[in-house]
Design a protein around this ligand. Sequence first.
Ligand SMILES: Nc1ncnc2c1ncn2[C@@H]1O[C@H](COP(=O)(O)OP(=O)(O)O)[C@@H](O)[C@H]1O
Ligand SMILES: [Mg+2]
Length: 382
Amino acid sequence: MTALRPRRKLDSAAQVESAPNEMINLHGVAKRFSNAAGEFTVLKSVDLTINRSEFVSIVGKSGSGKSTLLNMITGIDHPSEGQVVVNGTDIYTGVSESQRSKWRGKNLGIVFQFFQLLPMLTLLENVMLPMDYADMYDFDERPARAMELLKLVGLEKFANKLPILVSTGQQQLVAIARAMACDPPLLVADEPTGNLDSRSADTIIQLFEQFVSQGKTIVMVTHDPSLTSRTHRNLIISDGELINETVSRSLPQLRHRHMLEFTKLAEERAYRPNETIISRDQRVDHFFMIRGGSVDVVLRDEKNQEYVLSTLAKDEFFGESELLLDGKSIANVRAGDQPVEVVAIPRADFQRVMNESPITAEALGKIVQKRLESQRIADRRS
Ligand SMILES: Nc1ncnc2c1ncn2[C@@H]1O[C@H](COP(=O)(O)OP(=O)(O)O)[C@@H](O)[C@H]1O
Ligand SMILES: [Mg+2]
């Protein structure tokens, strides 16, 4: 795919300063719709950064705002508030609809749940369409390039067939080939496997993985948990708001509405290397999730010698046994040799959500149990 270089021109007016490794930056993006019943908010002040070569999935209940969020990134719709920078271009400030559409043709590939191939055109012609539209590549080069893309998705044999003559999985592969026609750095996909069997879905994710390994950035909305585990990052949107990623990774069992509560309550704190976070015998006032770095849980044996019971890293948590057992800390918890960032939830809020979420409380209880067991083993050893 790299053999043919596209002619890529950007509208200089909208170029902005952004970190070179950032592909997408949303700042304070809100979206409101109004209808007869009044105005309602679909996205509430979303902040989001996605780096180049990241493979990001987005999940959320139906109606939570996933497609609306994607439409903010693609420029298909426009935000009521906030700034959207994609590939170094502020796509809404001082850019006309037609400039945006041109920009989109060269910078973005878009894939939908229903493939939207033109039924009267062959597969090859469908793939050539974006090149014609964006006027990319020399006219004579386009068929060869489209054939190359069909080969990439394993459908070169069907190049001259109409879409109706191939399976739905194959139609989606053609739609992906079409999305990549102008070699865009970013692919945005809205439930691309939502209408496919699991084998076709797997083929598509493998293809996405291949694109990502070549440096493409992919943002994909999906309902399928077996796919989110294959992306670098999984974002959860609940009621038009993004969940704090440390919260969702540390406590994946939580209901989205509880994750959102924790997101709003989350207090970010930083500690220096080796700084004490919780002291032994101190009442614990927060539940902690680790955002970066690692912490040591330190105990003393009968001879008053310190030993490290366990080391907890990013996306693990601590403080829960004290909160669940309603006691004082049995150990010191301190930062490791690197600075530590945590997300802290106040005691009362943590306990309330645990009462409302027996599944999470049970999962946490099991982890606490394991830790206590390993502590007993360590005690016996000392
Ligand atoms: N153009 C629109 N006009 C009015 N309401 C809309 C429009 N687009 C989406 N909505 C509403 O916004 C909410 C979120 O929609 P959407 O982003 O499509 O959700 P999702 O993709 O997560 O299912 C829904 O309640 C939907 O009805
Ligand atoms: Mg949707």
